[in-house]
Design a protein around this ligand. Structure first.
Ligand code: ZN
Length: 339
């Protein structure tokens, strides 16, 4: 009854990149690197299928980081000279590329891994792209001088790639917008509009993922400052409910998000995060089923998809594999219990 999917990223094997890092360096280069990316993509499709997940993805094995993987293929960006910039409202410093000229795609961005994944699975295939607002928050602007204008420029490019991914046979295109939880007013004001521009004309399923970030130290410390009730979703969910985006992925397991936030997403499929990505402890099926049970107070049965809170990229491979299995087992138990 409850289908299962992951938010997006999975750990990179040691023969592809540095392990347990959010911005890992590749282990190899040239044709060998391309082969390693392909091998890792196929490996994770197999692991997701074996775990019993209903929707699978490429695990973002072919990109260094979920934002930079896209930005690298954009003309008008100086990727060689990165600068240090506080991102997510100065939560942490990152090395970011600079926008120095009008933006244009150099060509296809993710054709290689999307087509490879499509050729090797019959399951529903989800593909993730960064959302326009989150990209704007992860590059240094030396050209546009206007956040909204730059977001719309990125949205157009994202749309080009999204339409091409759809033509590659991708079933679900998901935009990742962690920035929506940081700039709540702006997200409701123009973030959702930019997102809809990125999804314009898509006939496949469209989704957005909004989380409290990867399980890295800076994020864990930030979460400690958010108090007992995390109400960041309260502003953006009503705007999303009115939008054309069909699925919303949110953080739930072990978070302080009040469950009733989910009722603000009326009419949307809700990907409920039932796997914690900040804690290596493996969730029990019982714990997952119980979380799904609580979410069912606010989400109709036929709209609930069991998912991870966020990507699993910075975790160890063994932990990620165990968490994928737990996700499938927990959703199965919930299906038996609440059918
Ligand atoms: Zn996330």
């Amino acid at each position: 009854m409850f289908s299962t999917a992951i938010a997006g990223s999975l750990p990179k094997p040691a023969w592809l990149a540095e392990t347990e890092k959010l911005w890992p360096q590749w282990t190899t280069q040239g044709p060998e690197l391309q082969q390693a990316k392909a091998d890792a993509t196929l490996l994770w499709i197999k692991v997701q299928e074996d775990a019993g997940l209903d929707v699978v993805g490429d695990g973002e094995q072919a990109r260094q980081h979920f934002v930079h993987g896209f930005v690298e293929q954009v003309e008008g960006i100086d990727f060689a000279n990165k600068v240090t910039m506080g991102i997510r409202n100065n939560r942490y410093d990152a090395q970011v590329p600079q926008v120095i000229a009008p933006l244009r795609l150099k060509g296809r961005v993710h054709a290689f891994e999307a087509q490879l994944a499509r050729a090797h699975t019959k399951k529903k295939l989800k593909f993730t792209l960064p959302g326009p607002m989150t990209i704007v928050d992860t590059v240094a602007d030396r050209f546009y001088g206007d956040k909204v204008k730059m977001a719309m420029a990125f949205a157009e490019l994202l749309n080009q790639e999204a339409l091409a991914l759809q033509a590659d046979g991708v079933d679900i295109i998901q935009f990742d917008e962690p920035a929506f939880n940081v700039y709540m007013d702006e997200a409701a004001d123009w973030g959702v509009k930019a997102l809809e521009r990125a999804a314009q004309g898509l006939t496949c399923t469209t989704a957005v993922h909004i989380c409290y970030g990867y399980g890295i130290e800076a994020n864990n410390k930030w979460k400690e400052t958010l108090g007992q009730e995390w109400r960041q979703y309260e502003k953006v969910f009503p705007a999303l409910a009115k939008s054309s985006i069909q699925q919303v992925s949110l953080e739930c397991m072990h978070s302080h998000v009040p469950m009733e936030m989910m009722q603000l997403l009326e009419g949307k499929d809700v990907m409920v995060g039932v796997i914690d990505v900040a804690n290596p402890a493996i969730e029990t099926p019982e714990e997952i089923a119980e979380t799904i049970g609580r979410a069912l107070q606010f989400v109709p049965k036929n709209r609930l998809i069991a998912c991870t809170n966020c990507g699993l990229a910075p975790m160890s491979r063994a932990v990620a594999e165990a968490k994928l299995k737990a996700l499938a087992e927990g959703a199965k138990l919930a299906s038996q219990r609440y059918a």
